[in-house]
Design a binder for this molecule. Structure first.
Ligand code: DNO
Length: 358
């Protein structure tokens, strides 16, 4: 595996490439062109410039998170082909720039959903948190307003103000889309993009729905092993794979994370490894990466990745806000650096006790 950190790009991230370079064992970044709209073509020039900026700092681009999918593709409206053509051109340009992993999601309307961005923990750190009771009592229109104040001025991925401004229009677009339709539209999209992925050896890594169940009545399909298997079988190509996000699948306590990882050998292209602490089945908050701070056994998660010979990028995810850092919630430097170091420590111990793989 390669340890990486997510970086939103100059002007969008409070964390610098120089800081990332100084985290021991981190050699790559997972990045994006944060100012592009879903459906827009990423030019080769812009990708090249991003690559040069990253490489000038002594790091490299290990993959893209995300190239977002236009709603026309998810809903399956008549103009979807034009947006898929654009997506294909973007993939081609990424391939020509030697980038071979793309993380994306197929969640309707919202990307990840949290009800709080700064819940205070007993040690004074703040974390993202989710309470189903809050979701059940709030109008989706008010959701954005209720969390905006805690965003530290950052634009949160998937919660862009322009998008939130047309939220009722978005809900309307999805009114006839159920889970089956969403699967069909995902299949259509994947079938069309696989030839370009084969040509440039691009691993597509779908991100799970977070939390891993329906919110606000919207269909969500990338939520458990059965559905991932269905997604992979319906377009059976090794380039059609997954981002294994421990924190997202782990929201559903029926998901056995190490077992899921072991079932995904060869199709798991990217890993987000983080911990959650459950207060009840439907109220959880994010925790430090350390197993004992939350509800997951992080050793078992890393061991399962080792067992399937995982050699793709891995990144710590959603850090707590600590040491008075002001940053995008979940994406500060300090706690993610601690997380990367801890995960690297677990990996070193696993390799020393079970043998080097590659
Ligand atoms: C949240 C992230 C997600 C993820 C997208 C992938 O912090 O894990 O926003 O990047 O769902 O497209």
């Amino acid at each position: 595996m390669e340890m990486t950190l997510r970086w939103f790009g100059t002007g969008f991230d409070t964390v610098t490439l120089r800081q990332i370079r100084q985290i021991p064992g981190v050699t790559g970044v997972i990045t994006t062109l944060y100012d592009t709209e879903p459906g827009e073509v990423w030019s080769r020039e812009r990708i090249h410039a991003l690559k040069e900026a990253v490489e000038a700092s002594g790091l490299h681009i290990s993959g893209i998170e995300s190239v977002n999918i236009h709603d026309a593709i998810k809903v399956g409206t008549p103009d979807r082909d034009q947006y898929i053509d654009n997506y294909i051109t973007t993939l081609e340009n990424l391939g020509k720039e030697d980038i071979h992993m793309v993380c994306y999601n197929f969640m309707p309307v919202f990307d990840w959903t949290r009800t709080e961005l700064a819940r205070v923990r007993p040690d004074g750190s703040t974390v993202l948190a989710y309470s189903q009771k809050t979701i059940d009592s709030i109008d989706p229109q008010d959701m954005f307003a209720s969390i905006k104040g805690d965003a530290n001025g950052a634009i949160l991925p998937g919660w862009e103000p322009e998008r939130m401004a047309k939220i009722s229009e978005l809900f309307d677009m999805y009114k006839d889309v159920d889970e089956e339709k969403l699967f069909d539209n995902l299949k259509y999209f994947l079938e069309r993009i696989m030839p370009v992925c084969d040509k440039y050896d691009i691993n597509m890594a779908i991100h799970p729905d977070d939390p891993a169940w329906s919110v606000f009545g919207l269909p969500r399909i990338i939520i458990n092993l059965d559905n991932i298997m269905r997604m992979m079988r319906m377009v059976d190509n090794p380039h059609n794979g997954v981002t294994f996000c421990a924190g997202s699948y782990g929201t559903n306590r029926a998901n056995d994370l190490p077992t899921m990882i072991r079932a995904l050998k060869g199709r798991l292209h990217f890993a987000h490894v983080r911990n959650l602490k459950f207060n009840s089945d439907d109220d959880f908050e994010e925790a430090a990466h350390l197993s004992s701070d939350g509800s997951f056994d992080m050793y078992e998660i890393m061991k399962a990745l080792y067992d399937i010979d995982f050699d793709g990028p891995i990144r710590p995810d959603h850090g707590r806000m600590i040491w008075d850092e002001v940053a995008m919630p979940g994406y500060g430097l300090y706690d993610r650096a601690l997380g990367a170091t801890y995960l690297n420590g677990l990996w070193e111990a696993i390799v020393k006790s079970h043998g080097e793989k590659k």
